[in-house]
Design a binder for this molecule. Structure first.
Ligand code: PEP
Ligand code: MG
Length: 592
């Protein structure tokens, strides 16, 4: 095999290229490289007859009106948002509307259609490119940042002209391996595992939502590969080794043969683990552990049931708002949630209210990126700022609760006040639904708090008196405790849930829940990593919720683990100050 990093731009295409990054979703994909340029729309350049100039200009103006109308709709949503976020979005949409009415862009496109006698799509593309070139040449950071807005306007115009809905990934080769600069969680949600074999990107961290979405789709994935695009061409054979964080473009025959064997071995191991489906997750000293699944998309129910998960410990409801420009109605949300609850056949379904914001942007909610997205108007903060949206969603969840066993989970709780305010909104909704005699669970579903902000963990004893259950979100808890952006590949090596501070916060939260006699689970990514299982059990956690595909491997670990020994391990670990030593203790556990 060619040595790692041995090939760089300019290399001949018949040499294999090996790139390394963060293996975020295990398994091996072998397929055809598909270069994804986010949002690019194929634009043919056509000469038009003189007698078509007028109609082409009219077609363009209609597209501009259409795009302007979309922006107006977004604007009215932004106004509803209020506060700084609404104001910021308002400015942005004003700028968009100006660009779409009588601006240099509009005049420039018309001039090109008339002067160069080309079709409107080509004229838009050329004009946008020229404006961008001008902005980039000015070496001004503010103007450079506007380039993204201009591209966005260009895409809106092209979509309107070509009648293309925002649905990338339509003409994929069979077994496509998506290679991209960046994939948003919403882009990733559009990937169909029946068609897509794997994923590789330049941007992204191991605990970001793109990585989580890739895991839930079972797509072998490597993110954070700085030099991924150098030497990558569409149509080439590519291997994604999601277990070891390698991407091999144009592999040599022996490399291909090696990875075919590795892939077969991986799939076989998975089949062996799948046999654990119906056996309980019980430690060697007889302690029963609850294993549940995290769900990102509604079509995962089949896989959840197949995995042997006892319920859904976290249903991330953001999917309801993804890849659309409008907000789903209460009825629409109810129908989708009811279907999930019914198909889970009486097993617990923990539905989290929308956690939009941060790296989970949902245009439908009018989320703005803001100066510091992870610290901005996110999750329940957005829900309490937009109570109309929260009420609709709570109503949908409460109605779905009539069809099974539902729990309601509130993301990003920082204060007791936020949880109380959420309960007040819920009580209001219950009253409204009762007045309409809408069926709901009786007693009402429990209302739980995500513990994922360090401040919430440190006041977990107080929050526990107001919460019916806790779900500890270690992804955000680690991010906020260590000030490491979970989706930024540049600091991914510093992201470490074994930092003593993170472990103390988990321990404190678990203890607070136990003292208040409320259930507590861990639903961050470490819950699905068998490496962490003895530590989490040792810290008193008896309920783990994870990416569906990890349920069997964690169950296997539990069935070979002695809880008393795990508790002793946790005591030793909690005396440590160095995360390197903690990792050693953890990795050495069970090997003596
Ligand atoms: C977490 O933060 O650990 C969590 C489970 O929530 P999410 O990953 O959706 O932010
Ligand atoms: Mg979280």
């Amino acid at each position: 095999m060619t040595t790692k990093g041995g090939s760089r731009p300019g290399e001949t295409p018949d040499r294999e290229i090996i790139r390394d990054g963060l293996g975020v979703s295990r398994g091996i994909a072998i397929g055809t490289l598909y270069l994804h340029d986010s949002g690019t729309i194929a634009v043919p350049e056509l000469r038009i007859a003189a007698n078509r100039i007028e109609s082409e200009c009219a077609r363009f103006m209609a597209a501009a009106d259409n795009a302007g109308h979309q922006v107006e709709q977004l604007q009215s949503k932004a106004e509803g948002l209020g506060g700084a976020a609404g104001e910021e979005l308002g400015y942005l949409h004003d700028a968009y509307r100006q660009m779409l009415h009588g601006s240099r862009l509009i005049r420039g496109v018309e001039r090109r259609i008339k002067g160069e006698r080309i079709n409107a799509e080509a004229a838009v593309q050329q004009e946008i490119n020229e404006i961008i070139r001008g902005f980039e040449a000015m070496d001004d950071p503010y103007l450079a940042a506007r380039v993204a807005d201009i591209r966005d306007i260009g895409r809106r115009l092209l979509r309107a002209l070509t009648n293309t809905a925002y649905r990338p990934f339509t003409a994929l080769p069979k077994h496509a391996v998506i290679v991209a600069e960046e994939m948003t969680p919403a882009d990733t949600a559009l990937l169909d595992p029946a068609q897509v074999a794997g994923l590789a990107t330049i941007a992204g961290g191991a605990e970001g939502h793109t990585a989580i979405m890739a895991r839930s789709l079972g797509l072998p994935s490597v993110l954070g590969i700085a030099d991924l695009l150098a030497g990558a061409h569409g149509g080439e054979t590519v291997i994604v080794d999601g277990t070891n964080g390698l991407v091999i473009i144009n592999p040599l025959p022996e490399t291909l043969a090696f990875y075919r064997r590795e892939r077969a071995a991986f799939l076989k191991a998975r089949r062996v683990l799948a046999r654990l489906k119906d056996v309980p997750a019980i430690t060697t000293d007889g302690n029963r552990i609850v294993l549940q699944a995290n769900m990102e998309l509604p079509n995962e129910v089949g896989a959840v049931l197949e995995s042997g998960a006892e319920g859904i410990g976290l249903l991330r409801s953001e999917f309801l708002f993804m890849n659309r420009d409008d907000v789903p109605s209460e009825d629409e949300q109810y129908e989708i949630l009811k279907d999930v609850v019914e198909r889970m056949g009486g097993r617990t379904v923990t539905i989290r209210t929308f956690d939009a914001g941060g790296d989970k942007l949902a245009p439908a909610l009018g989320c703005t990126i803001g100066p510091n997205p992870a610290l901005g108007l996110r999750a329940i903060r957005l829900g309490l700022a937009r109570q109309d949206l929260l009420e609709d969603q709570l109503a949908a969840i409460l109605r779905a609760s009539a069809h099974g066993k539902v729990r309601i989970l509130v993301p990003m709780i920082a204060t007791v006040g936020e949880l109380r305010a959420t309960r007040e909104v819920m009580n209001r909704v219950v009253k409204r639904l009762r007045a309409k005699a809408a069926p709901m669970a009786d007693p009402l579903p429990p209302l739980g708090a995500m513990i994922e902000i360090p401040g919430a963990a440190l006041s977990a004893d107080a929050i526990a008196w107001h919460a019916d259950f806790f779900a500890i979100g270690t992804n955000d808890l680690t991010q906020y405790t260590l000030a490491i952006d979970r989706s930024d590949e540049a600091v991914a090596h510093l992201y470490n849930s074994l930092h003593p501070a993170v472990l103390r916060l988990i321990q404190f939260s678990a203890l607070a829940a136990t003292r208040a006699r409320i259930p507590v689970s861990v639903c961050g990514e470490i819950a699905g990593d068998p490496r962490y299982t003895p530590l989490l059990l040792g810290l008193g956690i008896r309920d783990l919720s994870m990416t569906t595909s990890n349920v069997p491997v964690v169950k296997s670990r539990i069935r070979n683990l002695d809880l008393a020994a795990a508790e002793a391990l946790a005591r030793t670990i909690m005396d440590q100050t160095d995360s390197g030593r903690i990792a050693q203790l953890l990795d050495g556990f069970g090997e003596q």
